[in-house]
Write a protein that binds this ligand. Sequence first.
Ligand code: PMP
Length: 498
Amino acid sequence: MRGCGPSRKGVRGWGLVGLIPNPYPLFAVALNCRACKSQGSYGVAATYLGGVALQRIGELFAAEQRRYVDAHPRSLQRTGHGIAGFYDGVPMHWMRDWSMPFPFVVESARGATLRDIDGNEYADFCLGDTGSMFGHSPQPVAEAIARQAGKGLTYMLPTEDAIAVGPLLHERFGLPHWQVATTATDANRFALRVARAVTGRPKILVFNGCYHGTVDETFVRLVDGRAVNRPGLLGQVTDLTQLARVVEFNDVDGLRRELAHGDVACVITEPVLTNSCMVLPEPGFLDQVRRLTRATGTLLLIDETHTISTGPGGYTRAHGLEPDLFVLGKPVAGGVPASVWGFTDEVARRLTAVRGQTPPGHSGMGTTLSANALSLAAMRATLEHVMTADAYRHMERLAATLAAGLQATIEARRLPWHVVRVGARVEFVCAPGPLRNGTQAEAAHAPALEQAVHLALLNRGCLIAPFHNMMLVCPATAEAQVATLQSAFEDVTGALVS
Ligand code: PMP
């Protein structure tokens, strides 16, 4: 059953409407669909979701909610009725999008382990949805932050760390020109501005189901083959389809057709779609993307913010991609807000030419804290000591173990699900696979089922990402933690099919 769009940041998906009394309406997970404001057919026409009986999902979720409430008395007191002073009871609205009836309050996190104020400990496979992909407070980063803390945090001038980081980025990712921003969203926005400036073209092209941060013109999707604004956007006054073209991932013909208009400055994509249920590129697809963009004078921006899970140089290095522009945010400074965006000599040459013809004024790129001293210190420590080949070997090995274990359980339970992995990034999808594109990925989401599974895993000591069924392995993840997650998954899926 698909009621509407997938559960995603800022949009809570299907809850268990009518099945479960919800004692904490402020953090209600038992809600109607926030995206389309309707109750749909859930619990009425459909009896199965992701191959699991709705009745069973409802029972599991109700039991897990009670268990969660019992295990979090102090958090309940602090957040159960909203945190005072914050609109909607939280400092950031995504904090309400977890599967828990109310968020637990974090006491501390180190490595791959997170503790709450109720004394519960979790093996953290969410890792701040990639912001802490190299573990919480890695020692070299914590030391670098402490060293910088007494020397000033931001002054709009370079430090010795900046002088070290430039060559490190060049060497690691292969591109010669870099800028530092504060978030991956910012980096994408600035890189797209450069793409438009140097090509003189107005549009960008995205793949259906993509997410590149809150970059306005990427919020488009395909509905029955037609580009439309994504639902849920607040205050959206422009028709974004005027600024963007959208095609399905793995659709070479569609890409050729859209690029033939000659008005696309840049194709922006992740090498793997990771922000819907994960979609891998089919063999040769990324080569075709590169070939077609070159043939039409279109730039190619690879956003590695999530696929940096592949290896020390990201998917780009591991698979020999040749982007014109490259973006990496989230974990690049070990969890301190920072992002980087890089480009080729050719883009730099064209950019310099354009700047030479542009009157003085604000470039529209950069924010006051971009490239501040603290983030450069943390980034240097991350690049030099944390994002190492050894760290990735450990992540790759344990992620492979985890993926194999989950797949074995899915098969043993005869669930119509599958597992997909990109390096340290593992996801179970509650639908058959592999998925080809964003439309299939959206249809594969089963939010009510996923919420029940997430909460049940949490109650068994394992935290996974709230927006999809994503699990990250970090350098500090222990084999025992992977084993805990595997046995929790066995237990939970067992309860679902019993
Ligand atoms: N690019 C990709 C591929 C992402 O997944 C995200 C966030 N999930 C972003 C960009 C935006 O990152 P941020 O929210 O840190 O700006």
